[in-house]
Design a protein around this ligand. Structure first.
Ligand SMILES: NC(=O)c1ccc[n+]([C@@H]2O[C@H](COP(=O)([O-])OP(=O)(O)OC[C@H]3O[C@@H](n4cnc5c(N)ncnc54)[C@H](O)[C@@H]3O)[C@@H](O)[C@H]2O)c1
Length: 356
């Protein structure tokens, strides 16, 4: 099923063509005796497959998973290259929660050599929006850089050619993991400097100008996630901007702690790498001038800290925190993971992530 899903006037996706087919299919399968599978290939918002199945159930009087099934199977074709893309997709993606339809669909695609990825229906529905929004972001990013380069008399084609040669950090999975805000002495400084220079030259680069805003919103999002727990005593694991370092400059965890203190929380901090006596240079200057009050919250014993808190926030990715938390026998404590230190954990009564 691959009917159009155009934009309505507000930008909202118009799913009416999809749901029209649900009614038609419901009507047609009324009399059908064999199991019927519908794969939704249209790009449609998470939740569409479930609503589709409800319509088919209502129209046909049949039961989902017993008499028929609806699954999400987004297509990754580009216009003008569709046949080639059909035979050479990056992967076959199936969002399906019914074993027998999964088997049938696997068999149907067995002629393709690419990986077959089975996931939940909502994850599959989400994927196409993530892909296309990222592609759009890439286009606009490259174009904003090109406008900046042109003003500076630099050939942006050469800049981007060299930029994409870096497959370790630039064109890679690096920096693409959901988690906490960025910080440190380079990223914020350089994004701010490029934005300042762009504005000075009168260039409009809204994507780049909003990077710092988006980063601050992620700190606010972490703060809101924590205060929702209504706990008074909060422990924070990791205060430096990155695990394995004691660099506190522009650390988003510090801004988060400031917000928690402002809300009247008792905050305790433990960081494997931050020992005030060893801090030197501009980092030391920063601690003494800007965050002396925060440095007094540092704890030297993580287990003692955990005894005092109801919520523990993981703010950088150090395996030492993982071990400490895993070995702890304190059932009522809530872990809020900002950095995916526990990739195997699902959201539960005692565990939540910043975006999962
Ligand atoms: N065009 C692409 O390259 C591409 C790539 C990936 C995903 N998609 C997604 O696939 C979906 C379809 O895109 P498209 O560009 O092919 O749209 P389209 O509008 O060109 O084609 C949709 C077709 O569905 C037919 N149709 C509509 N209602 C029908 C019904 N009830 N019964 C039978 N046929 C019906 C229409 O007549 C039309 O031929 C969209 O959700 C789109 O986002 C498109």
């Amino acid at each position: 099923m691959c009917v159009g899903t155009p934009s309505s006037e507000t930008g909202e996706v118009d799913l009416s063509y999809i749901f029209k087919t649900a009614e038609e299919i419901g009507e047609i399968i009324k009399e059908k005796e064999e199991f019927h599978i519908v794969l939704i290939r249209s790009t449609s918002m998470p939740g569409t497959v479930d609503k589709y199945a409800e319509i088919v159930e209502a129209k046909s009087g049949k039961k989902r998973k017993k008499d028929f099934d609806i699954a999400s199977n987004p297509e990754f074709l580009r216009e003008g290259n569709a046949v080639n893309d059909f035979y050479n997709p990056p992967y076959t993606l199936l969002g399906c929660e019914c074993e027998s339809s999964e088997k049938t669909v696997r068999r149907m695609y067995s002629f393709l050599e690419c990986p077959f990825i089975l996931t939940s229906i909502r994850t599959a529905e989400m994927l196409k929006y993530v892909n296309n929004t990222f592609h759009a972001l890439k286009v606009d990013f490259a174009n904003e850089i090109s406008r900046f380069c042109k003003k500076k008399n630099i050939d942006s084609r050469e800049v981007i050619d060299i930029f994409i040669m870096d497959r370790k950090l630039n064109i890679s999975e690096y920096y693409l993991r959901p988690g906490f805000a960025f910080g440190g002495s380079c990223l914020p400084k350089d994004v701010k400097a490029l934005s300042y220079e762009g504005k000075k030259m009168g260039i409009n680069m809204p994507v780049i100008y909003n990077i710092m805003n988006s980063n601050e919103l992620q700190i606010e999002w972490a703060f809101q996630t924590i205060i929702k727990e209504k706990a008074t005593n909060v422990g924070v694991f990791g205060i430096s901007f990155k695990n394995g370092t004691d660099d506190l400059r522009e650390s988003p965890a510090i801004l988060l702690v400031e917000k928690l203190l402002g809300k009247g929380k008792n905050v305790y901090i433990y960081d494997e790498n931050v020992h005030l006596a060893n801090i030197i240079g501009t980092n030391k200057e920063f601690v003494e001038k800007e965050i002396k009050h925060i440095s007094t919250l540092l704890e030297s014993d993580p287990l003692k800290m955990l005894e005092k808190v109801d919520v523990v926030v993981i703010a950088n990715r150090d395996n030492a925190y993982r071990e400490i938390v895993n070995n702890l026998n304190k059932k009522e404590m809530i872990i809020i993971d900002l950095v995916n230190l526990f990739p195997e954990k699902k959201r539960s009564k005692n565990y939540r992530g910043i975006g999962w």
